[in-house]
Design a protein around this ligand. Structure first.
Ligand code: HEM
Length: 80
């Protein structure tokens, strides 16, 4: 079942008059970085997603990382 995220549960760039100036740049940069990575590698989680624990500190992150198996994609391979 999809999880409902309440308003203001996700505030990685802060808010109000001192909110991050680079938020749009950072989102664009991370989207491009992820696209480049997935263009070159297939990723598969090493453990079922239920094993992933989230920790809330200054940022919300995984407790022990998000371990994946990366397999280099063949150039020009078509994914079906
Ligand atoms: C994933 C990347 C980034 C994250 C998670 C992030 C997060 C934040 C957070 C939480 C704040 C404090 C906001 C507040 O006090 O409410 C902040 C402030 C700021 N960030 Fe970022 N930031 C990121 C990338 C960037 C980039 C790429 C730039 C510049 C190109 C940038 C420039 C700034 C500046 C100048 C402030 C101070 C704004 C002020 O005090 O008026 N940040 N950022």
């Amino acid at each position: 079942m999809p999880q409902i995220i309440s308003d203001f549960a996700f505030l990685p760039f802060g808010g109000g008059p001192r909110k991050c100036l680079g938020d749009q740049f950072a989102l664009m940069e991370s989207t491009i970085a992820l696209a480049l990575l997935l263009h070159r590698f297939d990723a598969e989680l090493r453990y079922p997603p239920e094993y992933m624990e989230a920790v809330t500190e200054a940022t919300i992150h995984t407790k022990d990382g998000l371990w994946c198996k990366l397999r280099k994609r063949r150039p020009n391979a078509v994914n079906r």
